[in-house]
Ligand binder design. Structure first.
Ligand code: TYC
Length: 254
């Protein structure tokens, strides 16, 4: 069974889902506008519940962690990183692993670098440590949510309503694009050498949103990291190829 709850963390009532009772705690971190419910259905359903205790969180302003409305100050990933850590501490998980998708992957990288004593292992996919001009073009192509695929759009519209969904997506595009100007494109490049835990980077070779140089850069800068390509995978490889993804991740975490 999957339970859900809210706890107060840094003044925000953060919503999370939880399942399993294994010794190995794992936090699932959703992508932009994501939540446990929209982004991690197959993981909450099918990850091994004897081995793992799985928590999926809704970052502040996303999913059911509203209010507050989502904002994108220059340090929004750092804010998410601290919230994620403080959530797990509040839930009494001493040490845990992270599975981070896309923006959630960026948050996972920052957590692993800044709070190394708390982190067991991390898995990231669809994540990037920097923003290039090519990325900004791709971001602007998804600014208008009416152009999203039905599969990506529908759960978001059901969760947020059209208004909040479309406004927050536009705010995200502006928020992520600001790294181009304020840090010369870096989101967390300087932190990667501080990541000391076992790290698995997964990349879908057909991901239309994240160019391949991003996972290759992560692999180069994170010492001892593994890079695994899924030839048929797109951005949502953990949903489309859930069984393959879950088994690979479980094997890595053990
Ligand atoms: N980072 C986004 C997420 O968290 C996905 C995304 C990546 C969107 C690249 C656009 O060009 C893009 N799901």
């Amino acid at each position: 069974a999957v339970t859900s709850g809210k706890v107060e963390v840094n003044g925000i009532h953060l919503h999370y889902q939880q399942t399993g009772d294994g010794n190995h705690a794992v936090l699932l971190l959703p992508g932009m506008l994501g939540s446990g419910q929209t982004d991690f259905g197959p993981q909450l359903k099918s990850m091994n519940k004897q081995l793992f205790t799985v928590v999926a969180w809704d970052p502040r302003g996303y999913g059911k962690s509203i209010p507050p409305v989502r904002e994108f100050p220059p340090n929004f990933f750092e804010i998410d990183a601290k919230d994620a850590v403080d959530l797990m501490q509040t839930l009494k998980f001493q040490k845990f692993s992270l599975l981070g998708w896309s923006d959630g992957g960026i948050t996972a990288l920052i957590v692993a670098a800044k709070y190394p004593h708390l982190i067991n292992k991390i898995v990231v996919w669809g994540a990037n440590a920097s923003v290039t001009e090519e990325d900004v073009k791709l971001y602007n192509a998804i600014r208008d949510v009416s152009k999203w695929s039905e599969r990506a759009r529908k759960p978001m519209e059901e969760l947020y309503g059209y208004e909040y969904f479309s406004k927050t997506c536009e705010a995200w595009v502006d928020g992520i694009s600001q790294f181009m100007h304020i840090t010369n494109g870096s989101i967390c490049q300087h932190l990667l050498p501080h990541i000391k835990c076992p790290t698995l980077i997964i990349h879908g070779e057909k991901d239309p949103l994240v160019p391949r140089f991003h996972p290759e850069y992560l692999h180069k800068r994170i010492r001892g990291s593994q890079l695994h390509f899924m030839p048929e995978g797109k951005h949502n490889l953990h949903l489309r190829f859930a069984e393959e993804f879950n088994r690979m991740v479980e094997r890595f975490l053990l």
